[in-house]
Design a protein around this ligand. Sequence first.
Ligand code: SAJ
Length: 406
Amino acid sequence: MINVIGLGYIGLPTALMMAAHGLEIVGTDYNTELIKTLNSGRTTFKEDGLDELFINAVKGGIRFTNEYQITDTYIISVPTPYDKFSKKVDVCYVISALESIMQVCPKGAVVIIESTVSPGTIDKYVRPTIERNGFKIGEDIHLVHAPERIIPGNMIYELVYNNRTIGADKPEVGEMVKELYASFCKGDIIVTDIRTAEMTKVVENTFRAVNIAFANELAKICRHDGMDVYEIIRICNMHPRVNILQPGPGVGGHCISVDPWFLVGDYPSLANVIDESMKTNDGMPDFVLNRIYEIIKKENLSDVSRIGLYGLSYKENVDDFRESPTLQLLECQERHLGFSLKVYDPFIKDDIVSNQYHDFDSFLADVDLVVIMVGHDEIKNNLNKLCGKVIFDTRNICDLPGTYKL
Ligand code: SAJ
């Protein structure tokens, strides 16, 4: 039996996928409400295919509980935030899960850490914790790092088809864990050492962050001299060795906007390009806000209470709003002593900011300037509803005449 610890955005789909493929799975989370929801037959976030997978996992016998299980295999998939000041990874959830596992696990158990950690974290924090508890690594506990790489919005597909990395001290343990993931994963599964697995995961997300920062910087350069950044990127990307990502209103989520900071925190004098890139991305909400001021002036918008931000989540068609550009923008707007912006997102049902709407038409009725912060399908499929409004499209999804771009 496998005990999956942490049933959030990564742990839940992973546990469900394994259960749906015939593995005996118990999911553990300290959040009682979350366990209650899962046990009542409901999933806890929106993701294409998740509900169907849930049904198959329940058929496969998955169980959810607050209790840690006595078993031979554990998967830890708890959050690893970063400390905003030191920029270093905060491993408190990983360590706390590990401590709880060691209260119950028999000797010889395999502990797989799926949470993203900065290179060296396992040596620095995880191994000493295990040893302090009287377990010998490699004999009493076999340690593995198998970082998850699925992308929110396409998680279920990517769980099956992405390649995976398994880092282990002993190749034979790595091969054993590879077999386990191969029960559902159709991608290549590379077995390597733990430090390499730690680093590759952080490097993948850093590569994407730096590439987005490059696109964001191009957007600023192009804005400065009236050039069309999207057309320029489109043409550059026709070159066989160029692949520039898209500029946007900022970088959110719990991965691309976080993981690269681990490298800056650990290697402050070496990670210069990364540091600058992260600052560029973090500066985008402020850039958008300044564009809003410009547009208000240009359009002579007298009623500044009628400005609306479409989208609160960190990207299209997901309900996750952690570190979202819209939230970042609202924060800098407070510093700018600005006006109250109206906000609407079809995926966010709870009230999380002031002036938040829960109906697209009522939102549109109350605004003259619509700032598209997120390109959800809802707005892509209803662009005609924006006719007559001033539109500022930070995601390049709207071709209505007169639309302002980044
Ligand atoms: N963004 C842009 N321009 C782009 C692409 C993205 O501005 O061209 C923005 C998005 O709008 C969003 C942010 O970047 O605010 C991050 O979104 P994302 O879709 O790039 O990535 P995440 O954070 O949802 O998922 C990433 C993925 N990593 C890579 O593609 C290298 C995923 O595969 C990882 O599993 C995930 O991080 C993770 O859990 O680490």
